[in-house]
Design a protein. Structure first.
Length: 156
């Protein structure tokens, strides 16, 4: 896979704080990502997810009206079976309960705000590379189940 292929990835950012959106958009832009959509309205996340078909979602947990947990639950229901669609949670809630809950609801990684920009970008690259490799593998073995689905359903 090429760097250009990863840079073409679609990234959805959901955070109620405009300053956080600008920071993430700037970080992604400096890396060369240009296919980024963002919203401060968690209720719009589901419509954007359906319309934009992102390869990666960056999601805050603590938002008014609809929490990131509720968004995660909805996104997990929308995710096609056996498809790896990573969600990276970025939140100020550093408790182990928040981490466990987010990961059990389908998040694939978790960073605490304020986060180190280099670490955040490394995780974005890693998740996008994993997504791309998963899509390639899925073309070869269409019925291969996701191991994480086994754990997600066990925690419900």
């Amino acid at each position: 896979m090429s760097e250009d292929e990863l840079l073409a990835s679609r990234i959805l950012i959901v955070d109620d704080q405009p300053a956080n959106l600008r920071l993430l958009e700037d970080l992604l832009g400096r890396e060369g990502f240009s296919n980024v959509v963002s919203t401060t309205e968690p209720q719009q996340a589901l419509q954007l997810y359906s319309a934009f078909d992102p390869d990666l979602v960056l999601l805050d947990l603590m938002m008014p009206g609809m929490s990131g947990y509720a968004v995660l639950e909805q996104l997990e229901r929308m995710r096609p079976a056996n498809e790896f669609r990573p969600v990276l949670v970025l939140t100020a809630d550093a408790t182990s309960q928040a981490k466990r809950r987010a990961l059990s609801l389908g998040a694939k990684d978790f960073l605490t705000k304020p986060f180190d920009p280099i670490e955040a970008m490394l995780r974005v690259w890693n998740l996008l590379e994993t997504r791309t490799l998963h899509k390639q593998l899925r073309r070869l073995v269409p019925d291969l189940p996701l191991i994480s689905d086994r754990f997600s359903s066990a925690g419900k």
